[in-house]
Design a protein around this ligand. Structure first.
Ligand SMILES: [Zn+2]
Length: 260
């Protein structure tokens, strides 16, 4: 994968005008008329703000080329496009070769929509350089980073209740399955448990953001596996942390309890 100059392989999305509707330092935004009502005011400056937060969370100050953002209002067009281009599934996705983030805006709340873009921005980020779309390794760990980032942005820009809902789902799931581990599921990395999206937030509240960034560095820059990265950064064995994590989830009534 050529991360250095993805702009050389632009593949325009055919349903949009060639000229962007809006443009800012780091983004070119394309959308159609129907999508307009779902777009928050001052989208360009919000996107810049979101990018700043994402880069800070990933501890990244690398310069990147402008990212194209395509906001789809039509579900069929969106699905056909991601299928034809073999892009990762979901209501938001990214196209490394085109240098683009694509998102189905439809019925999304405005905050959720920015959270969704932040999630894809994180996938798209050079932080994941070697991992990128590579299906071989660390997809689970990467997905959890993007969840962590997207969730924080979603809360920041709108949906304050999202974390309480996540905690409830996690509690239910945990009481149903009893036993779990944070490891990547070889058979299907996308099929992670709802409670696993709480792993990084939990590590952050316990040990702080610097350590969490250190963990990501081990995983994505040094390419260590999860258990040895955990051991290096937190000086604990993975199963031990997994048990403490589960106990904290079961104990908490609300997300606020969980984070105390
Ligand atoms: Zn993702």
């Amino acid at each position: 994968m050529n991360m250095e100059n993805p702009r050389e392989q632009i593949d325009e999305v055919p349903f949009f005008e060639k000229e962007p509707v809006a443009s800012s330092e780091n983004f070119e935004v394309h959308y159609d008329q129907e999508a307009e009502e779902n777009i928050p005011e001052g989208l360009e400056s919000k996107l810049e703000e979101v990018k700043d937060l994402v880069d800070r969370m990933l501890d990244l100050d690398e310069r990147t080329d402008k990212t194209k953002i395509y906001l789809f209002s039509n579900k069929e067009q969106y699905q056909r496009h991601i299928k034809d281009h073999d892009l990762p599934k979901g209501e938001a996705t990214f196209d490394t070769e085109a240098g683009a983030i694509l998102i189905l805006v439809g019925e999304r709340e405005k905050g959720e929509f920015l959270g969704g873009i932040a999630h894809e921005m994180a996938h798209f980020n050079p932080f994941f350089g070697g991992v990128g779309n590579d299906p071989e390794r660390s997809k689970w760990e990467q997905e959890m980073v993007c969840n962590f980032v997207g969730n924080q942005i979603g809360v920041e820009f709108g949906d304050k209740e999202i974390n309480n809902r996540k905690l409830l789902v996690a509690k239910e799931e945990l009481s149903r399955i009893k036993k779990f581990s944070w490891r990547e599921k070889e058979y299907d990395w996308e099929n992670f448990l709802a409670l696993e999206v709480l792993v990084y937030p939990w590590l952050e509240k316990r040990y702080g953001m610097k350590k969490l960034q250190g963990l990501w560095g081990k995983l994505f820059k040094e390419r260590q596996n999860l258990a040895s990265s955990i051991k290096d950064i937190y000086k604990q064995e993975l199963p031990e942390l997994e048990r403490e994590f589960a106990a904290d989830i079961l104990k908490a009534e609300t997300y606020k309890d969980f984070m105390e």
